[in-house]
Design a protein around this ligand. Sequence first.
Ligand code: ZN
Length: 416
Amino acid sequence: MTFYKDPQEMLNNTQLINTFVELVKMDTQSKEDAPQCPSTKGQLEAQAVVKNKLISLGLTNATIDEKGFLFATLPTNCNSKITIGLLAHIDTSAEASGTNVNPQFHKNYAGKDIVLTNNITISPTDYPELLKCLGDTIITADGTTLLGADDKAGIAEILAALEFFKQHPEIQRPHIRVGITPDEETGSGVANFDVARFGADCAYTLDGSFTGDLCYETFSANKGVITITGLNTHPGYAKDKMISSIRYAYRFLEELPSDQRPEKTNGYQGFFHPYQIEGGVGKTTITMLLRDFTEEGLEEKTRILNEVKEKILKEEPKLQIDVAITKQYRNMKDHIQARPEVLEMAKKAMLATGIEPDIRPIRGGTDGSSLSERGLPTPNIFAGFEAYHGPKEWISTKVMGLAVCHIVNLMQLWAK
Ligand SMILES: [Zn+2]
């Protein structure tokens, strides 16, 4: 078996960068709280473009379902019995504009600040990975939009690997199922992912950042909604009558552990993150994210919320406090550890590509969290983008080439 380690080989022989540029120029920003999936029309238009590319690369069964999921198959060329999924998402974050993305090529990067329009400065002081890219070509947007390498780099890399397989029928591969998914950034798309129809034994999301990035642990996530009901009266005659839910909402937040906030935690620490509060004297609602890496840690957070509730009710028994917890997603670690070969193969493929795996927990969720829970173990592997979701987003073409090498090597290993 020949392992591929030279990113330049992929850059020279595939449409990797052309495809990437074509895709980032399409506005596929997704939208929170949209009633339909995909949330925006731009995503469907881009899916149609990617579908045609998959067909021209020889994939079969290319379909876009009514929810905007694009699936296609590259059959094995060696009687492999296994089906491996390669996933990437078509949408871009709503945190920065994705309209009229104008990719800039910074050739032969020399380690200095990259300055874009609006004085947007991408500095190696903030992004030390830049210093690992000396001599590379760095692609950025022009300072007015995000780049959308998250996750169009992932899509372009999958397509380039498929193109390489087409040029090299002698390279053995398993059945490959490609899935390009909508509405990843809003978190709302994945519920519509038809795991049975996708029909893979395991999958990888090409949605990680720098070279070697390999994630199989995510937060476990609940949402908490605290509804505090007081009593509103005329403020001039409120003595001993008014019970201001606004003041008790403040009390409630003050009682939460001050060291368990997003701005005070990292690594494997969880947090309470109240992100929305609305209401008036009579009724106030606090909405918060509850995050931890373990089920026990999450349960502990629910327990604390109920303790705070009881404590405040003792102070003012006429209040009503309702604590409602809903499940969002779960750490995919257990599901992936139940199938250790899924992770082992990605590590092996990285080493074969000359890359040291960089395994870190994701302090967030990925589509893989939900898919793994539903029986499709799906760790996340590097696509190369940095500073994503904003105008400083950048990617090295060399890292993209390496990502293609890694996909090719990973598929070879699975075919064995
Ligand atoms: Zn992404």
